[in-house]
Design a protein around this ligand. Structure first.
Ligand code: ADP
Ligand code: MG
Length: 525
């Protein structure tokens, strides 16, 4: 892989490096590599363009936390995010990056109690993370002042555009001081956003992380949809159903790698972890043990696995999605080499379906969805393996020394009884269904359904009932097909089966270009 930059090369202070270390991040993502030095070492405004999941929050959060003084009386940083979920997520991520500094970080979004927000704002806040509607409310009421900002961050700008927030954003920017720095992040760069940028930003640097088209090696690629808490159980099942599993489990941080390796050890697997924290001699020891198959599962971070040259893996498991298509290729390229077959397995949570689809598209690969092996299938596979092993032992005559004991047992019992008792003695634990935890299938809940975004909310007097009318006025569908209705101040969400979603989208999508349609497929968080 091309970049081997470390966070320390980017100009961050040792205080921030320590925070990064504690978070378990090992190396900067490509967008972080480009944005962090620019924020620290220049005075420029920045447009950062990269796909979701590439670490854009830390790309601006880390350098801002490094620069920011904690002795100010006014709001220094305003971050605008499109949705309440992202608002909370960004506020939390920023919180995790502030270390011991006494920055007050406040998420401000519609739907949350106004009273509470007013109280917090009055007490003084350093960083406000908010959704446009509610921020504008506060600015109009003068409960929030943004005329002494150091930074204004427009996060997920294209999403904000999609949701019709552009006007609000312009109004908000009109409230801000012109000598602030503006950082704009977006996955795509529609012309409306470029317009806002040229109107409201000073000389800016446009950095982007390209997503080149890539080709993948011949590897069977499958994925499982599994909730975060069931991933570990899923991993065990995959390892157990295989004959001679020999693989790397990729996760995001050093802490994850250690945690998963420990859990595997606890469950009796020959596992170890490989991450950037190990000193060279430890690294070599772990890698040596893995190469010599003394351990058959290695839990690693992307960075740490770079130096590892093993080629005959049966499996690469993406316990967490890689940060970008590039990393995906790099990970799975370790299987299926030299004519040997390998399987790349990816775990995704239901919300990550679109990210995986993006990776599949960019890498031009087919990633097949499969169902996790059931406990009874694993037990069956294990029994078959025991059978083969016993057969081999008989043929090799390696158990000859125990024949006198066998004869004695047989003289006293029926042969089936003896064998069953021996199998029990040897494999009871291995063949116990109870050593597996149930995994609730997440499929039925989401499969076959689509989440739709509707550009009408409380401010349009929408209620769940009215949303149903709103849809059924235009499309003939059963009211009970509309589920999980969520009404927000400015917009709403509903969930409907695929077929109904198609009908609705067709009806509401007039195809007039430039016009924002009222109903759209909801974007993943
Ligand atoms: P984006 O805004 O680009 O969609 P996020 O900022 O939400 O992405 O980051 C996605 C996830 O990746 C978060 O859980 C974050 O903590 C994690 N992350 C960010 N940077 C790194 C890094 N350098 N190494 C490991 N994980 C990271
Ligand atoms: Mg983001």
């Amino acid at each position: 892989m091309k970049n081997l930059q470390s966070f320390a090369d980017l100009g961050l202070s040792s205080r921030i490096l320590e925070i990064i270390h504690r978070k378990g991040f090992e190396a900067p993502s490509p967008i972080q590599e480009k944005v962090i030095p620019l924020v620290l070492q220049s005075n420029m405004d920045i447009i950062g363009q990269a796909q979701t999941g590439t670490g854009k929050t830390a790309a601006f959060g880390l350098p801002i936390m490094d620069i920011l003084q904690d002795n100010s009386k006014s709001v220094n940083v305003l971050v605008l995010t499109p949705t309440r979920e992202l608002c909370i997520q960004v506020a939390e991520e920023l919180h995790s990056l502030k270390g011991k500094k006494k920055f007050k970080i406040l998420p401000v979004y519609g739907g949350q109690s106004m009273e509470l927000q007013l109280r917090h704002l009055k007490q003084g806040v350093d960083i406000v993370v908010g959704t446009p509607g509610r921020i504008l409310d506060h600015l109009n009421r003068k409960s929030l002042k943004v005329d002494r900002l150091d930074f204004c961050v427009l996060d997920e700008a294209d999403e904000m555009l999609n949701m019709g927030f552009l006007e609000d954003i312009e109004k908000i920017l009109d409230f801000t001081n012109s000598d602030k720095r503006t950082l704009l992040f977006s996955a795509t760069m529609p012309k409306e956003i470029v317009k806002v940028a040229s109107k409201y930003m000073h000389r800016y640097e446009h950095v982007r992380v390209q997503n080149e088209e890539m080709t993948v090696p011949q590897t069977d690629q499958i994925y499982f949809q599994v909730s975060e808490e069931n991933k570990f159980e899923a991993l065990c099942r995959i390892m157990d159903i295989e004959d001679g599993f020999y693989g790397i489990v990729f996760c995001r941080t050093r802490l994850d790698a250690d945690r998963i390796a420990h859990r595997l050890l606890d469950r009796g697997y020959d596992a170890d972890s490989l991450h950037g924290e190990l000193v060279q001699s430890q690294r070599e020891k772990v890698m040596g043990r893995f190469k010599n198959k003394l351990i058959n599962v290695l839990v690693a971070t992307d960075v740490a696995a770079r130096g590892l040259d093993v080629s005959d893996l049966t499996h690469v498991i993406n316990y967490a999605l890689p940060q970008d298509p590039d990393a995906y290729i790099h990970r799975i390229g370790r299987t299926g080499r030299a004519g040997k077959e390998g399987t790349a397995v990816t775990f995704i949570t239901p919300e990550e379906e679109n990210k995986l689809e993006f990776i599949g598209r960019k890498t031009k690969s087919t990633i097949r969805r499969e169902k996790l092996p059931k406990i009874r299938d694993i037990i069956r596979a294990k029994k078959k393996r025991i059978h083969t092993d016993v057969q081999e032992l008989i043929e090799s005559e390696l158990a000859h020394d125990l024949l006198p004991m066998a004869e004695k047992l047989l003289a006293e019992n029926q042969p089936e009884q003896v064998l069953a008792a021996l199998l029990k003695l040897a494999f009871a634990e291995e063949l116990d269904r109870g050593s597996y935890n149930e995994i609730r299938d997440v499929q039925p809940v989401i499969s076959g359904k689509t989440r739709l975004f509707i550009a009408r909310g409380q401010k349009d007097k929408m209620t769940p009932k009215k949303i149903i009318h709103f849809i059924r006025d235009r499309v003939k569908i059963q009211p009970d097909k509309i589920q999980d209705i969520l009404i927000q101040p400015e917009f709403s969400f509903i969930t409907v089966p695929f077929r109904e979603a198609e009908l609705i989208l067709k009806q509401f999508n007039t195809g007039k270009s430039g016009r924002k349609s009222l109903v759209e497929k909801a974007r993943p968080k």
